[in-house]
Design a protein around this ligand. Sequence first.
Ligand code: ADP
Ligand code: GLC
Length: 470
Amino acid sequence: MEIVHVSAECYPVAKAGGLGDVVGALPRFQQELGNITKVIMPMYRTTFLYKHDWEVVHKAGANLGFSWFDFTIIKEKSDLLGFELYLVDINGLLDREKVYGYDDDTERFCAFQIATINWINAWSKLPDVVHVHDHHTALIPFMMQHCYGFERLKSIPTVLTIHNAQYQGIFGWNKTIYIPQWDSWKRGMLEWNGNINPLATGIKCAWKVTTVSNTYLHEMRSMSNGLEPLFEYEKGKSMGILNGIDFKVWNPETDNYLNNHFDKTSSEAGKRANKNILCETFGLDKEKPLFVFIGRLVGEKAADLLPQAIIDSFNYIGRKMNFLILGSGENEVEEKLNQLKSISQKDFNVYIGYNEKLSHQMYAGADFLLMPSRVEPCGLNQMYAMRYGTIPLVRKTGGLMDTVIDLGEENGYGITFNEASVGNITHAIFRAVKLFHEKQSFHSLRRKIMELDFSWDHSAQQYVDLYKNL
Ligand code: ADP
Ligand code: GLC
C-alpha cells in the first residue's frame, strides 16, 4: 500500500510538540510493515534542512486567492528517517524559523495544502490513502472532493487524525478565495458557527476520523471547543488509536542526549547519576525527590496552577522536594515561575524555552513527572517518563487516563487525580514524597514502569488495518 502523510510537523525535521513526535515515528513503522510511506511537510528554515542532502522532484505554481506563488518539492535523498520525506518550499511563506505563530498562518497553511495536492495530482500513480493531521492539513479532504481542479483525487480515501481539537484554524469568509475553485453547493462543508473552520471541514469530509486515545474520542463529544455536536454526529466514522512512543529515539540505554545510560537493572545508579548532573546544573538538592514538568506553559496543560501548587507544597508538605520546570508559553505563567526562583532554597528552578536535550535529561534524571493537564488528547511525556523510570503524576483525562493506572488500583503504577486544581496537584505531590521514602516499593515501581509496552507496533498496524478497510 502507498500511504501519504501530510503534516505541519515531523521530528527531527521540525517539532513544536507531540504531533512532531508522532509523524516522525508512525510512518517509519508503517514502512517497516511493508508499505511505501511518504511524509509531505512544509520546508521551514531548520537545522535539519541544512545538514542533509536534497533533490528537487517537482516545480510548479498555483494561486492563493488572487496571488500566484511558485513552489518546489524537495526530497531527502537517502530516506534516512525510514520513509520518504518531501518538503514543500514556498518562498516567503513557509521558509521561516518557527512552525507556527505568524499572523499569516492561514495563508501559509492554505498555500501548503494547495501545493501538496497540486503535486499529488501530477503523480502518474496515485497513492492508496492520504492521511492528514490536525487543522493545518484538514482542508485537504475537502479540496480532494469538492475543488474542480482535483477530480482525479476524489476516490482516494482520506484519514484525518486529530491530535488536538482545541486548535481549529478558524478564518473568515473573506478568505474563502484561498480555497481553489470549489463547488459552491458544498459551502456547508466549510462552515462551522459562521466561519470557515478547517478542523470541522476535515471531520466532515475525511473518510475516517481518528483521535489519539479512546478516552479523548469520548471526551470530545462533550468538550471540544465548540465542535461537540459535530463529534457526536460523526461518531460512526470516528475511532481512537493510542499513540505509541519511538524506542529508537526514547531509549535510556542509547539516548545520545544522556550522559549516563541505564536500563531496568541499572536504573537506580543510572538515574541517580543523571539526577546529580541536573541538580548541580540547576542548583537543586540531590537528596530530595525531584519533580519535573516539561511542556507548553498553557491553560490546556494546567501550567497556570503550577506556581501555587509549588508554593502550597512547600508550605503544607514542607521543603521536602525539588521542582524543575521546562517550558514556554503564556507570559503570565512564565513570569510567575521566574519569580518563584527568588524563594528557592535549592529546591526550585525553571528553564523558559524549548530544549530537546534538556527534556531527555529531565525524563532520565527526575523521580516524578507532573502532568495536571485540563485537556490531554494522548500525551507522550508520561510515556517517555515511564520508559525512563520516572513516575508520572497525572490528571485523569484523555490519553493520561488510558496510559496511567493509579497505584491504589490493581496493577497500578502511577499517581492519578481527578481535578486540575492546586489542591489535587499538591495532594498528588504529598503521595509521591511518601512513596519516595518507601525505598523498596519506589525502586521496584521504577523497574515496573520501565517495562511497560507503549510501542508503536500495535497502533501502526491499527492504522494500516483502517486504511485497508477504506
Ligand atoms: P503536546 O503535543 O500537547 O505539547 P505531548 O505530550 O504529546 O504534548 O508532547 C510534547 C512533546 O514536546 C514531548 O516530546 C515533550 O518532551 C516535548 N516538549 C514540550 N515542551 C518542551 C520544551 N520546552 N522543551 C523540549 N521539549 C518539549
Ligand atoms: C497533541 C496533544 C497531545 C498528543 C499529541 C500527539 O499535541 O496535545 O496530547 O500527545 O498531539 O498526538
